[in-house]
Each structure stands twice: as C-alpha cells, then as structure tokens.
Ligand binder design. Structure first.
Ligand SMILES: Nc1nc2c(c(=O)[nH]1)N[C@H]1C(S)=C(S)[C@@H](COP(=O)(O)O)O[C@H]1N2
Ligand SMILES: [Mo]
Length: 504
C-alpha cells in the first residue's frame, strides 16, 4: 500500500516538475502557452454559457483560481496514475505523461492567435516530467535493490524528491515572476485632450462614508475578460487596422493615434455579468480618439456592414452594433484612463469604449483590428455563445452602505450608493424603500454627465431590529428601474436590490 502511494506521489511530483518547467519556458516565451493555463483557457472557451454563469455567480472574481485549481487537481490525479504505471513498467508511466502533455500542446497550437513556438512549454513539460519520473524510479530501484528498509537508500529517495520539489517551486515561481514582469504596466506620456472633459465635480466621497468613490481608482477598477494571463504587447509592434467593407483599409500606429485630436470623457463601464447589486462596474475618465474619426479615414459611407467586429492581439473577438457606435455618442478608441496610459489589465495600449453598451459588446481591450462586417457573415466570441448582440446597459442602482447583513448602531446614519443609466439621460432620481414602506426620494450627488454614474444617499434614523432596504433609480427619460428579475444572460440582469441589516 505505502509502495503504491509512493509510486503515485512520484508520478505527481514528476508531473509538477514538468508543469513548472513548462511554466518557466512560457514565462520566457508566451505566458498564455503555459501548460496548465492553456488548458484552463480552453476549458473557459469550451464551457457552455449556463455553467460559466453559474461559476461566475458561485465564485465571483475567484472563478479563474477555482478553474486553474481544478485543472491542477485533475492533472495531479492522472499523474498519480502515471506513477503507478511506471512502477509496473517505466515505459507505461512515461507514455501516459507524454499523452497528458499532448492536451496542452494541442490547446496551445489551436488557441486563437497561436504561434508555432507556443508548443515549446508543453514539450519541455513532457521532457522534464519524464526525466524526473525516470530519476525517481531509478533512485527507488537502487534503494530497493540495496535493501528496502535501509535508512540511507530511503533517505536518498527523500532527498531526490525534496530536490525535485524545490526545483518545481523555483521554476514555477520564476515563470510567474517573468510573466508578470514582462506584462508590468509602463506608463506612456500622452498629450492633453483637444476636446477635454468638463472639470470633474467633487463627489460625495468624503461626506458619505462607505459610498463608492465618484471616480473608480484604476487599481480598483473591475476586470473581466477571458484571459488567464495578460498579453505582452510591444508598443512599437502594435497597430490598429480598420478593414472589411470599407473604402480603404487603414492602419494606425500608436503614434498616429496620439497625433490625432484626442477627446476626454467621463464614462461608466458595466459588465453584462453584473448581478443586481454587484461589483462589475467602474467609472473612469477616458482619453482617446473618436471612433468616427478613425472610421472616416477608412470611409464607411457606402458600407453594407451592421457590425464592428473588433479583434484583440490574441484573436479574441467582440461585436458592436455599427449604428449605435456611430450615432453621435462618445464612442472612442481609448489610450488613456484616469490621467495615465491604459494599464495592461485594462487594455494597453488601446481599447474601445462605447457609452451605454455593456463591455462585452463594446469594450474590446488590447484591440488591434476593427472589421466592418455583418452579423450574418461573422460571429464574435460571445455571439457564438448565444449572448445578445444589441445590449444597452440596463438602468440600475446599488446600495454600498450599510453592507448587506451588517450590524449598525441605532440612531442617525445614512444609506448610500451609486446608480446608473448610461446614455439614457443619466440618473434623474433614486428612491429608497425601508421595510416595504413608501419609496423615499434620496439625495443625489453631482452629475458628471449622462454616461456616468451618480452617487446618492438618504439620511436614516435607524431603530433597533432587522431592516430591509431596497433601492431603485429613474433615468432621464422617466423610465423606472424594473423590479422584474432577469439573469445576466443573455442581455444583462434586472431587478431591485434589497439588503437586510441589523440595527442595535
Ligand atoms: N480582448 C478582450 N476585451 C474585452 C474582454 C475580453 O475578454 N477580451 N472582455 C470584455 C468585457 S465582458 C468587459 S465587461 C470589459 C471589461 O473591461 P475592464 O476589464 O477594463 O473593466 O472588457 C471587455 N473587453
Ligand atoms: Mo462583461
């Protein structure tokens, strides 16, 4: 029994060494091609939409950690089997390890934007894994031949295992460090906007503790994308091409964009996967080139296109309705966020921003191509997964304070939060309902335009006991946030948030 366990452990250890060696090579070449990560990404792409939504709801922003963890557990289980096989006959175990490696190798070569060299980390993982397994097996055989129970041989096996374990940790750590070092944010100097945003009003930030800051600091801005690693984009090699059904294909370098008249706008970005009351929303000041200025260079007057199909540096695609993107709203290719160039997390060097549309149909990060096409001809990533193509942000509101299920002291306190109705005349009114009573009008913070969220608060004299607080917003067109609940799929959640708090 213990022998079996040892064999399985050796298989697992050898595989960890392989995975770590692959991670190190990926850190030097293409981080996204790291064996575990590339399998994880493939799982993300293949997961049916309902299951993906369930995972996001269950694990929130930890969904990717859970995913990578599950892949690792699966790999180690199979690796244990390889260890057991190797005990019978080394060739069997080695063959299983190599077969295992075929999975990331295939995934790396078939992922969007793959280069032939992306198979390297998997090859190295396979070779390192088999070599480690051979070493452990040989050590063990030597020990067994001497005498199963003699201390020195057993110590020899333990030393070998310990050495390999340390090597795995060192290689894995080095790969991780390399990937994050190479994708670190380097700020680029950007010129001032030719068309600046109005002065940013002072929000309720310090007057109503607990309310979301009026402008979300870039480091706190939510991040949603299908990636497990950040792309490493080299500014000199980067360009943005507009092609498809246009008069002439045009390509812009980063310098070309910077040399064009820049606009600056305050825009709130929302993810379609945001549940009512959720955190997948952020508000920032964006700097960029008007999308229509770029489209005019390509000439789209006679186009038959109804879709802008954006492609990122790795081949990920995002669709945007052409009519909405060019209807006069401040759609732009942004190169700056909150006074700096974009961070890697948020799309460096350039991304699309279209006020009023959920991010998955507007906000392509790491953008490198915009193709004018039709929905009938070409389907973007989420269109293939049955999400809506025309997805305006739904009017919604959130209670930031008091926190759900928190305990607050009785007496004078304040209920506060944010509300948004991007591009629908902004937020006109916010109302709060306490314990099912009448809707009471809350006080609004300042406005930074109709494409930006609004802070709100309502003073409250809290009586001891349990209380249910609800909030709803009304937009500038008079539309009231509906209480009818819908799921994020396929066009965004709706409903009214209700939180329960204890007052003592
Ligand atoms: N290339 C790329 N762009 C992308 C995505 C993605 O997965 N890949 N996700 C989109 C989604 S669903 C949203 S909500 C926004 C989020 O932008 P943020 O991460 O800067 O907040 O980016 C959009 N742009
Ligand atoms: Mo999203």
């Amino acid at each position: 029994m213990t022998h079996r366990l040892t064999s399985a452990a050796h298989g697992a250890l050898a595989t960890l060494v392989g995975v770590a060696a692959g991670h190190l090579v990926a850190g030097l070449t293409e981080p996204a091609a790291s064996p575990v990560l590339v399998v994880g990404s493939t799982v993300i792409d293949l997961t049916p939409t309902p299951l993906k939504e369930w995972a996001i709801a269950q694990f929130g922003t930890h969904d990717k950690t859970v995913l990578v963890g599950s892949v690792m557990v699966g790999v180690i289980a199979l690796a244990g089997v390889a260890g057991l096989l190797a005990r019978r006959r080394f060739g069997y175990g080695a063959a299983l390890l190599l077969a295992l490696v075929a999975i990331p190798a295939g995934a790396a070569l078939t992922r969007a934007g793959a280069a032939p060299t992306d198979v390297l980390p998997s090859i190295v993982a396979g070779l390192a894994g088999v070599a480690a397994l051979a070493w452990l097996t040989r050590r063990r055989a030597a020990g067994a031949a001497a005498d199963d129970t003699t201390a020195p041989s057993r110590r020899g096996v333990l030393v070998a295992a310990g050495t390999l374990g340390l090597a795995a940790v060192a290689m894995g750590g080095a790969g991780r460090w390399l990937a994050s070092y190479r994708s670190r944010t380097v700020s680029v100097d950007l010129p001032a906007a030719a068309d600046p945003a109005p002065p940013f009003p002072r929000g309720l930030d310090d007057r109503v503790p607990g309310v979301s800051p009026f402008r979300t600091p870039t480091g706190d801005f939510y991040r949603v994308d299908t990636r497990l690693t950040l792309p490493i984009v080299d500014l000199d090699g980067w360009s943005l091409t507009i092609d498809g059904d246009v008069e002439r294909e045009v390509t812009f370098s980063f310098e070309d964009l910077v040399a064009m008249p820049l606009v600056e706008r305050d825009i709130t970005l929302t993810c379609v996967s945001n549940e009512v009351g959720g955190g997948y929303i952020g508000a920032a000041r964006w700097l960029g080139v008007r999308l229509t200025d770029l489209l005019d260079r390509a000439g789209i007057d006679g186009t038959r296109a109804d879709q802008l199909l954006s492609t990122d540096v790795d081949g990920m695609t995002i669709s945007t309705p052409l009519a909405l993107a060019t209807d006069g709203r401040d759609a732009m290719i942004a190169i700056g966020m909150n006074g700096r160039s974009l961070t890697r997390e948020h799309g460096f060097p350039a991304r699309m921003v279209v006020p009023g549309l959920y991010g998955f149909v507007s906000a392509c990060k790491w953008i490198t191509r915009i193709t004018l096409t039709t929905y009938a001809d070409q389907e973007a990533y989420w269109t293939r997964r049955d999400w809506a193509t025309d997805a305006p942000v739904k009017i919604s509101s959130r209670i930031d304070t008091p926190r759900p299920l928190s305990t607050v002291d009785a007496g004078r306190t304040v209920i506060g939060g944010v509300a948004w109705a991007q591009h629908q005349g902004g937020v006109e009114r916010v109302e709060v309902r306490i314990d099912g009573g009448p809707w009471q009008e809350a006080r609004l913070g300042p406005s930074a335009g109709n494409d930006y969220w609004r802070q709100w608060y309502l003073p409250w004299t809290a009586e001891p006991g349990r209380h249910a607080l609800a909030v709803r917003a009304t937009d500038g067109e008079g539309d009231v946030q509906t209480a009818v609940r819908t799921t994020p799929f396929p066009a965004g959640s709706s409903g009214v948030q209700e939180v329960v708090v204890n007052v003592r």
